[in-house]
Ligand binder design. Structure first.
Ligand SMILES: Nc1ncnc2c1ncn2[C@@H]1O[C@H](COP(=O)(O)OP(=O)(O)OP(=O)(O)O)[C@@H](O)[C@H]1O
Length: 291
């Protein structure tokens, strides 16, 4: 079976300025991918290229085995998308918008739609142009979720949600991923949320995917080493890459990538000291990788 998403040698640039440079990535059924990157790193550009909204200058994206710029109605029905700026029909009510959308979606789940309308308190009979930003975002998420997509792409889906709605939304995502093996990619600057639900991370930096893999492996790779030593540090410490070094007299704190737990004993021998390994959360890792 082909991968749900296959990104092959993908490059995008605007007016000669490179935004994505030769990206390689794949996503399989059931992957929940946190797409991370600073403002302007290219997250929206990547998500929109995955969806086939633009033809890349180099390379291609394949969705369910077909070039994303050539997918047909059947594949489109298997995708749910929450854009950064919603595309709701201003003059309709949420009820009308949901009804209209459901008509074109053979897999529409009316029970899920009813449940979300009620738990998210969607004002069904108010015109969409009178809704609050958060209410619009909830409706936009419902349109993406309620037809049981195989692939769900969410670009900053929670920016306007209150903490309660955010938590409810995350619970829905976890359930959907677990029950239906849906592939989910979502970008958000609320990294703690992503850490709760994602099992993979794509981290965009300098036009490339600096990390593409398991969240747990990333958390094992980027760590802080604390130790005390009167010796000068050797020029190389195995294959560790030091991201940041702090020293107060004999106390060292090194933030490193490529950490491998089996190196601890030999490093302790090399530095003639005990080392305390501190594991970081995803937000700290993101900050360290952008120092
Ligand atoms: N249509 C376009 N024309 C010209 N430049 C563009 C276009 N779309 C995006 N860019 C540029 O590409 C870069 C990446 O933009 P993009 O919106 O993908 O970033 P992002 O990671 O989603 O940012 P944010 O976190 O702020 O939403 C930015 O420098 C942006 O100015």
């Amino acid at each position: 079976m082909p991968a749900v998403i296959e990104v092959n040698n993908l490059s995008r640039h605007f007016s000669g300025r490179s935004v994505l440079n030769q990206l390689q990535a794949t996503a399989a059924e059931g992957d929940v991918i946190a797409l991370l990157g600073k403002n302007g790193a290219g997250k929206t550009t990547l998500l929109e290229t995955i969806l086939g909204f633009a033809v890349p200058q180099h390379g291609e994206v394949r969705l369910f085995g077909t070039a994303s710029t050539e997918i047909g109605a059947r594949e489109k029905q298997q995708i749910g998308f929450v854009p950064q700026q919603d595309e709701l029909l201003e003059q309709l009510t949420p009820y009308e918008q949901l009804e209209l959308f459901a008509r074109f979606q053979p897999n529409w789940d009316p029970k899920l739609a009813d449940r979300l309308c009620s738990s998210w308190e969607i004002p069904l009979t108010t015109r969409i142009n009178k809704l609050s930003l958060g209410q619009r975002q909830k409706l936009s998420i419902m349109l993406a979720l309620c037809h049981n997509p195989r692939l769900l792409i969410l670009d900053e889906p929670v920016a306007s949600l209150d903490p309660l709605a955010r938590r409810q939304f995350l619970t829905e995502l976890v359930n959907i991923a677990a029950d239906q093996q849906t592939t989910i990619i979502f970008s958000s600057h609320i990294v703690t949320d992503m850490e709760r639900v994602a099992n993979k991370v794509w981290l965009l930096k300098d036009q490339q995917l600096l990390w593409q893999g398991e969240l747990d492996a990333l958390k094992e790779s980027v760590v802080r080493l604390h130790f005390s030593s009167t010796k000068a540090l050797p020029a190389t410490l195995h294959e560790l890459k030091v991201l940041h070094q702090q020293q107060q007299t004999t106390q060292y704190t090194l933030t490193v990538t490529n950490w491998q737990p089996q190196w601890q004993a030999s490093l302790e021998q090399l530095l003639a000291t005990d080392i305390r390994v501190e594991y970081l959360n995803l937000e700290e890792i993101f900050l360290e990788l952008h120092r």
